[in-house]
Design a protein around this ligand. Structure first.
Ligand code: BGC
Length: 457
């Protein structure tokens, strides 16, 4: 590929991070007066979680802040991405902030700062308080206002020490998997009836961005899941099906945010998205960075005639797969291609942060050293793909591994291990895997190159 970047040091300036989210690691679900979230409701549904597990105790991280911060610091990371759950801060989904919970996250932030790592919290990683869902959840416009009130409580407590924030994690997955097909909480199956949740999440993000900036935040963005959509066959029908899936997965959120336009759903035969005048103006330009989470490409084919949904997702032929099997194909070039495509569609876009990238592989549950060469190969190839996108002029500034720790993988329970660190879920013991040492060396090398480049300049 011809290097087009006008800035040859862009690769060397990448920041490095690793990520977790609250329910996936914390345990202690009811500690300090925490309220219920839609995931507690999901766990309570019989047969809903693949291995019958709960998110208790997960990695026991609520009680092991020092252990986790030591692991983050040991990697030499620039930043650590973690999430603050709304239902701990507002147990009833409204009203004053829960002081004990806010104190807890203040301790997390302080421990990171003392370790020389910049805290980079996510304010919503899929854990809607149950009372907010009972009032309509993301189908209700008022949820955007309520999110803003919650964010104001967090910003008032942490805004003096946290300057960069992710508002929402993967709103596309909330819309598609949470409300359209029900694979994630709250498990609704509304199909196109889920589209208003896209509108209300975008509004919630922009409301939160205003609140955070009023409190002095320097950098506010949203992080979405992106995929590279491939038609199974080179036919008109499969290309049309791919265009519909691309719009729903990739463009529903990026276009309002990055271009101030509503994607034309009707042109592809879908119901219109009710994004209206003033809201669109608030949403456009409300980010200082755009977060991209990437795991795998998606291959689609045209659905049989008469099907409500015009596409069908099928295995990607001819590529290796992760611990999820054919559902999660491995194709690093897809990350490069989607970054280049996103930048081509939105040339003036703000910097991109890769907010998550990683893979699960079958690994033993018993505590012991893990030589996770598959993970090292996956991460290394995807970091190279990011480098190629930077060489092609895409403004990527940060790369984040999912995940620091093996953790509780939503409806898949403890069956998928994504960590740089093995966690024994019965004892909480943490054992860094081979990939932990590999990532530490990579980060150290990148920092050394950055320092040497700065000294030369
Ligand atoms: C989510 C994480 C999740 C990861 C792997 C992302 O979509 O943000 O919470 O664990 O994917 O499935």
């Amino acid at each position: 590929m011809t290097p087009l970047s006008t800035d040859p040091t862009a690769r060397a300036r990448l920041r490095w991070s690793a990520a977790t989210s609250a329910i996936q690691i914390e345990g202690s679900r009811r500690a300090d007066g925490a309220g219920r979230s839609i995931w507690d409701d999901e766990i309570a549904k019989p047969g809903r979680i693949r291995d019958g597990s709960t998110a208790e105790p997960a990695c026991d991280s609520y009680r092991r802040v020092a252990d986790d911060v030591a692991l983050v610091a040991g990697l030499g990371l620039d930043r650590y991405r973690f999430s603050i759950p709304w239902a701990r801060v507002q147990p009833d989904g409204h009203g004053p902030g829960n002081v004990a919970a806010l104190d807890h996250y203040a301790r997390v932030v302080d421990a990171l700062l003392e370790a020389g790592v910049t805290p980079f919290p996510t304010l919503y990683h899929w854990e809607l308080p149950s009372p907010v869902e009972a009032d309509g959840g993301w189908l209700a416009r008022d949820t955007a206002e309520r999110f803003g009130e919650y964010v104001a409580l967090v910003a008032a407590r942490l805004g003096d020490r946290v300057s960069s924030w992710y508002t929402l994690n993967e709103p596309a997955m909330t819309t598609l998997q949470g409300y359209a097909v029900g694979a994630l909480a709250p498990g609704r199956q509304l199909f196109y009836g889920a589209l208003p949740t896209a509108h209300h999440q975008l509004l919630a993000h922009s409301r939160a961005a205003d609140v955070l900036r009023d409190q002095g935040a320097e950098s506010v963005g949203l992080v979405n899941n992106h995929t590279w959509v491939l038609p199974l066959r080179d036919t008109e029908e499969d290309h049309a099906a791919a265009a519909v899936y691309d719009l729903l997965h990739n463009r529903l959120f990026s276009e309002p945010l990055l271009s101030g336009t509503t994607p034309d759903l009707e042109a592809l035969g879908l119901p219109p998205l009710p994004l209206l005048g003033d809201d669109l103006a608030r949403i456009a330009g409300s980010i200082d960075f755009y977060g991209v989470n990437f795991y795998n490409p998606t291959t689609v084919t045209a659905a049989s005639p008469g099907n409500d949904i015009p596409f069908e997702i099928v295995p990607t032929p001819g590529v290796p797969v992760t611990g999820f099997g054919p559902e999660w194909p491995i194709m690093p070039s897809a990350l490069r291609d989607l970054l280049i495509d996103l930048h081509r569609r939105h040339p003036g876009m703000p910097p991109i942060i890769i907010g998550e990238n990683g893979a699960s592989f079958p690994e033993p549950d018993v505590a012991g050293p893990v030589e996770d060469i598959d993970r090292i190969a996956y991460l290394s190839a995807h970091i190279d793909a990011v480098g190629e996108a930077i060489d092609a002029g895409v403004p990527v500034e940060e790369y984040t591994v999912w995940s620091l720790l093996d953790n509780w993988e939503w409806t898949d329970g403890y069956t998928q291990r994504f960590g740089l660190v093995h966690v024994d879920f019965s004892t909480g013991e943490r054992i860094p895997k081979a990939s932990y040492g590999w990532y530490r060396e990579l980060v150290a090398g990148a920092h050394a190159a950055r320092t040497a480049g700065a000294a030369r300049a």
